[in-house]
Design a protein around this ligand. Structure first.
Ligand code: SAM
Ligand code: SF4
Length: 345
């Protein structure tokens, strides 16, 4: 990419980003846009106000911030949104970040997408060293898909999955468990994903941002789902840990992997290894807290990275111990005002 102002340097051995609780920050999620071509009912209101484009970090600025994180021990980057693949020229960012995979400074570059643009970009992503993609699909029923996403077309997403597999990308399906909406479909989603060689992860609805409905009406505790599944399937706990709120099992009957992301019924903050950057340069140290550090000002203040590096270190020094999400009738307001599409899933 033209105009990336800093050169890559070898990272220090081990992570130099340690938070006050001794957790090493090795994982950065980057929301490259708050915009999306869907309007999922649990994520956004139909009539969303998006950020003015001038507030966004440029792709060069995003690359620069990611690079400083990598120099200080981040080993995994996830590009997310909003819908990351609708940001103009986003392949430029993947191309430029791929140099860190080539140098060995970065272990993994991944993307979370709604799949609407995957047919177009799968091959290019694979060419830039992306090996795995997370694709969000909450139902395989085209009408229900349209009702949940408001604007989405399931057939396009399924074409995207085919293209991703043809390009050699491993796929994990993300499914938000929605009470009375897709709960009866969870078993068939598991069979479908596993038969197609894809892992599937179930997610609890989180209280992020105002939506048109009430999240308490959507919330389905995964503890309940797991109990139901255990009555019919043999679930073997896997020890695999990603430093996030996901726990995985192997389903003996399908041979596939199933994840549970349960920020509400359990939290696993003690092993949290991640921070999240928004498309305007706000760094959130915890998905469930309001505190954020501004990295846009130090990036724009000078071409040298001293200020930026200091701002990152100061931010990590105040990473909180954890979040305290609650969804019930007494807590009908979102725990945090921003939407998931701002901080990225
Ligand atoms: N647009 C991309 C997608 O849908 O995969 C990436 C961004 S989206 C915000 C990332 C993930 O967050 C998706 O799997 C989505 O289902 C999930 N998500 C969005 N809002 C959520 C909420 N309030 N609670 C739980 N998961 C949510
Ligand atoms: Fe868009 Fe993803 Fe939010 Fe759905 S979950 S509205 S696809 S950002």
């Amino acid at each position: 990419m033209q105009g990336v102002p800093i050169q890559f340097q070898s990272p220090p051995s081990g992570s130099s980003l340690l938070d006050p609780f001794g957790r090493a920050i090795t994982y950065l999620r980057v929301s490259v846009t708050d915009r999306c071509d869907f309007r999922c009912v649990y994520c956004m209101s139909e009539d969303m106000a998006f950020l003015p484009k001038r507030d966004l970090l440029s792709l060069e600025e995003l690359d620069r911030i990611c690079t400083v994180f990598i120099e200080h021990g981040v080993r995994k980057l996830r590009i997310t949104g909003g819908e990351p693949l609708v940001r103009r020229d986003i392949m430029t960012l993947f191309r430029s970040l791929s140099r860190h995979l080539e140098s060995g400074a970065l272990d993994e570059l991944t993307v979370t997408t709604n799949g609407s643009q995957l047919a177009r970009f799968a091959r290019e992503l694979s060419g830039y060293g992306v090996k795995r993609v997370n694709v969000s699909i909450d139902t395989l029923d085209p009408d229900r898909f349209h009702r949940i996403t408001r604007w989405g077309d399931l057939s396009k997403v399924l074409q995207g999955l085919d293209a991703a597999q043809a390009a050699g990308l491993k796929i994990k399906i993300n499914t938000v468990a929605l009470k009375g909406v897709n709960e009866e479909e969870i078993e068939s989603l598991i069979h479908w994903a596993h038969a197609g060689g894809m892992d599937l992860t179930l997610i609890e609805v989180m209280p992020l941002g105002e939506i048109d409905g009430q999240r308490v009406d959507q919330f389905l505790p995964l503890s309940e789902v797991r109990q139901r599944l255990e009555a019919r399937y043999t679930l073997h706990d896997l020890l695999e840990r990603t430093g996030g709120p996901a726990r995985y099992v192997k389903v003996a009957e399908t041979g596939g992997k199933l994840g549970f992301i349960t920020p509400l019924t359990h939290n696993f903050c003690e092993s949290c290894n991640r921070v999240r950057l928004t498309c305007t340069g706000q760094l959130f140290m915890c998905l469930g807290q309001e505190d954020a550090a501004d990295l846009r000002a130090p990036v724009r203040a000078s071409a040298d990275n001293t200020l930026l590096t200091q701002a990152i270190a100061d931010a990590i020094a105040r990473k909180p111990k954890g979040h305290d999400f609650i969804i019930d009738r007494d807590h009908s307001r979102p725990a945090v005002r921003r939407h998931m599409s701002m901080t990225g899933g």
